[in-house]
Write a protein that binds this ligand. Structure first.
Ligand code: SF4
Length: 502
């Protein structure tokens, strides 16, 4: 019996040997996973034996398969249930990530961002104090014990007084609630000054920025009217990292996080991108493809690319990052770290866009400047483009229960449950993967999506193929590096104190 016959769905006599499994061929190897995420990579020959039950019960292969709970006669249902429960623990809590768009105004113009910004004179796109307070009141009703409020824009520093008010108001309101409260700000840093920075550091607001690679590329994609946007951000990254060090914080944990958007031009410049991040002192690089939200059709031709080109770029860049790690440079790739954490540790890092069911509405919410509540920032961007599908409430009138049980949120939870997705049900990567209903809606015209046409699926599948290839073939030192990328250490400094003042 060939693998091709198995794929055709013809009847197969397995001799009752395998427990439930899914599989996928990658080159000469076959990845086999169980429903709860146990896995093994077999040669084609081994896989044929596994399928037919023709495995020597005293041999090493049988032993390996038993250890992975993939053999029916020794299947441990309790262990499988426990592993599944551990992987899905995030479903017990309501939204933990709350994005607040404090203004749409921005001084930068980015090639891939139209719906997310307004010119600096568009004062009507600033969030008011009253809207901000109603949003915070709602946020703190979440059943999640962890709450992160992320300031987005536009450029949040344009409406800094409202950012300050939100931090102070939320911290004070949280005193009686005792949630683990954190604040993050995503800023282009060009409007930063010493006074603002001192305040942000004193209030433990974590700072993130966007760096699209080397200066020439960054400046081309992110334009300031008179200055180089790279030169405007770079000194502040160094300044903030120095401030963390001066405060005695471990630089491996505390440093400015930077976000990359991969455009067509980035693809050939993977080495320069990695080198730039290393030179800036970043410890993580997230090789995110450009997303389909927020830019006009004519821009698509400039920034978009086939996903196989993206995957070739991804492989080159990650191989280079691994090479640097061998030389003692500590930097990881974020996609790889997310998937490897799920594959190697059995835990889920709760990255909201790569989990099943997805995080929209039940793990995250976005609050627009005008008080409209969206399932996510992507849902908000679609709203700005004239598609209100993912608008699920208003901070002035909606109750927490109305939002998290909104019919759209229910539909999204069903649509992003991979166990119920055609194509995903046969894919071995279900235990580690995720889909985004907003992305499916925008690119395929349906929240459910069609995975074989989905660019997001292509990226997730290609990255997991690459990682399983590595896990099957890498030397011990490389495996150690990949394992190191799964280490999660809490950044407790950013958690707001709750004790003082009762
Ligand atoms: S989204 Fe694609 S890669 Fe992920 S589980 Fe579904 S079919 Fe597999």
């Amino acid at each position: 019996m060939s693998l091709e016959v198995l794929q055709s769905g013809a009847a197969l006599d397995t001799g009752g040997y395998p427990a439930f499994f899914r599989f996928r061929e990658i080159g000469e190897r076959v990845v086999v996973t169980s429903i709860e995420g146990e896995w093994i990579v077999l040669t084609r020959e081994e896989f044929r034996g596994f399928l037919r039950g023709e495995v020597d019960r005293d041999g090493a292969l049988h032993q390996r398969l038993v250890e992975r709970n993939l053999v029916r006669e020794s299947f441990d249902a309790r262990r499988a249930a426990e592993a599944y429960r551990r992987r899905k623990r995030f479903v017990h809590y309501g939204p933990n990530l709350h994005l607040m768009v404090v203004t749409l105004r921005c001084n930068e113009t980015c090639v891939y961002c139209h719906a997310s910004r307004a010119n600096l004179d568009a004062l009507h796109t600033d969030m008011t104090i009253e809207t901000a307070e109603r949003a915070v009141d709602l946020i703190l009703r979440t059943t999640s014990p962890h709450v992160t409020i992320e300031f987005q824009g536009g450029e949040p520093l344009v409406n800094f007084p409202v950012v300050q008010h939100i931090v102070e108001y939320a911290t004070q309101r949280n005193r009686g609630l005792g949630k683990q409260l954190e604040f993050t700000m995503v800023s282009n840093l060009s409007l930063m000054d010493e006074t603002k920075l001192a305040w942000l550091l004193a209030h433990r607001v974590q700072l993130c920025t966007s760096i699209d690679g080397p200066k020439s590329l960054h400046d081309k994609q992110r334009k300031l009217p008179t200055l180089s946007s790279y030169d405007a951000a770079e000194p502040w990254i160094a300044r903030i990292n120095a401030a963390y060090r001066e405060a005695g914080l471990d630089p491996t944990l505390y440093h400015v996080e930077a976000l990359l958007t991969t455009t067509k031009e980035t693809l050939e410049r993977w080495r320069e991108v990695v080198d730039t991040y290393v030179a800036l002192g970043c410890r993580a690089l997230f090789l995110r493809p450009v997303d389909p939200f927020g830019f006009a059709e004519k821009t698509r031709k400039i920034v978009e690319y086939p996903r196989e080109d993206y995957l070739a770029y991804y492989r080159r860049a990650v191989d280079y990052i691994i090479e640097l790690n061998h030389q003692g440079v500590e930097i990881l790739e974020r996609y790889a770290a997310i998937f490897l954490t799920k594959i190697l540790t059995g835990d889920d890092p709760n990255f909201l866009d790569i989990r099943s069911p997805g995080g929209a509405g039940i793990g995250q919410l976005a609050y627009n400047y005008d008080g409209t509540i969206y399932s996510s920032d992507e849902g908000r961007m679609l709203g700005a483009m004239g598609d209100p599908t993912f608008a699920i409430g208003d901070v002035r009138t909606s109750r927490y229960r109305d939002i998290v049980s909104h019919p759209t949120v229910r539909a999204m939870a069903i649509a992003s449950n991979l166990e119920g997705q055609p194509d995903c049900v046969d894919c071995p990567y279900v235990p580690y993967c995720g889909t985004q209903p907003e992305h499916n809606h925008k690119t395929l015209g349906t929240m459910m999506g069609r995975m074989r046409e989905s660019s997001m699926c292509a990226v997730h599948k290609g990255i997991q193929d690459f990682l399983f290839e590595k896990l099957a073939t890498a030397d011990a030192a490389t495996l150690e590096i990949l394992h190191r990328w799964t280490t999660i250490r809490a950044r407790e400094h950013f958690v707001q104190p709750v004790a003082e003042g009762g």
